[in-house]
Design a protein around this ligand. Sequence first.
Ligand code: NG6
Ligand code: CA
Length: 506
Amino acid sequence: MRIPLLSLASLLALLFSITARAQPSRPNIVFIYTDDLGYADVSCYGAVKIKTPHIDRLAASGIRFTNAHASSATCTPSRYSFLTGQYAWRRKGTGIAPGNAALIIDTAVTTVPALLKKAGYTTGVVGKWHLGLGGAEGPDWNGEIRPGPLELGFDESFIIPATLDRVPCVYVENRRVVRLDPADPILVNYNQPVGNWPTGREHPELLRVKSSHGHDNTIINGIGRIGYMTGGRAALWTDQDIADTLTARAESFIAAHRTEPFFLYFATADIHVPRDPHPRFAGKSGMGPRGDAILQLDWWVGRIMATLDSLQLTSNTIVIFSSDNGPVLDDGYQDNAVEQQNGHLPAGTLSGGKYSAFEGGTRIPFLFSWPKAVKPGSSKALISQVDLLASFAALTGQSLSPADAPDSFDMLPVLLGKREKGREDLVEQGASLSLISGDWKYIAPSKGPAVLPNVHIASGHNEQPQLYDLRNDLAEKNNLASRHPERVKTMAARLEALQQKGRSRE
Ligand code: NG6
Ligand code: CA
């Protein structure tokens, strides 16, 4: 039988389209990971006192998740979990890292960038790192700083080593401190003063921003920091320019790799303390520096989106926007965040915030935009940033070995808006460990103050077990543990089993 030429061509076209669809897809991925941004700090999650049009644009073009979580209520463990797909509480040494800590991630484990690199992605990190650098001795600030991001699968790296409020206040590009003059070596110490630069404790008169608690060691740019440093004068960052510097770096990474699939982990410095935004944002929110930092953050997002637009990459780029933990007003500087709150509720109706076991600690904004493949909407599915690794593996057609990302579940269908059901359950790490299972949340008993000193945040500590019905009591006001002893027992046993097993994925 002779097949007419035209139908042969259409048959081939059909076959081609089937194979093309079966291929794993390789959209670009930009993960915008903000610092200390609360669930309701942006207008698309209910803020009314502040407007965040660029972040709202991502919500309008993608899926807005209302039950998404950072895996911890502080920075280092959340970032650890995102990059490794393992709950940080499984590993010692993953608490808030000092600025001279050694790298806390084992270079042998599968990380998000290493996984994506295997799928042909060019990978880059720009922004806050806070996962330690260097071997057991910590980083050699004056030499080659390794291991670090490049040993974990990033092709390029331009980072703030720890936090804005921790020394050394310098950028590290790949394995070197940027603009370091070898004649002026950097010395860092977290236990005792080094050199003779003034400290906030001894010279409060030199401070532009006074400390409210801590932050009274070496003064850099008129701000007292955590830790002591001296040297590296030419390498010091200028706080008010950090947003511009990092955004320019992120933009040039995108532009340089526009013709290949790329993954950019863009970890913003905003809105962590010290909040010292560029003068063009200062005073603009009417809510003090914390609000101004939110405006600056929104601006960064706008710049990234404009870059993608101008390179015609928006349609096939996944942009994920999220935060590493919940909000805090006074995190150690007298910057009027409390006085100028102006009725704004950073965590909305949730209780607690940063450091807390309540939902305010880990329930965060999470937007997933991929115009080419995802219809806009919202989702109540339970998901965590720890799931991104397994989801990216699915996206790029890779399978995980049992040792990889032990707490990460493939949530790709949920992220793409094709499935409503998220995880069965999730462990949250705040002042205590909690388990969310369906509508229920169990907080394991723990000792500690009910309200955290200095930051004035409800901790969630309680020596008795706590059980909340999140469907009717998202604010976790009504402890139902004594009414449902069986449920408490089951959930406590499940949490215990997850701890014992060392993994969540079968
Ligand atoms: C705390 C700091 C706080 C912040 C936090 C880490 C004091 C008194 N408080 O110890 O300011 O730096 O650590 O924040 O020093 S995180 O978002 O990086 O986890
Ligand atoms: Ca943080």
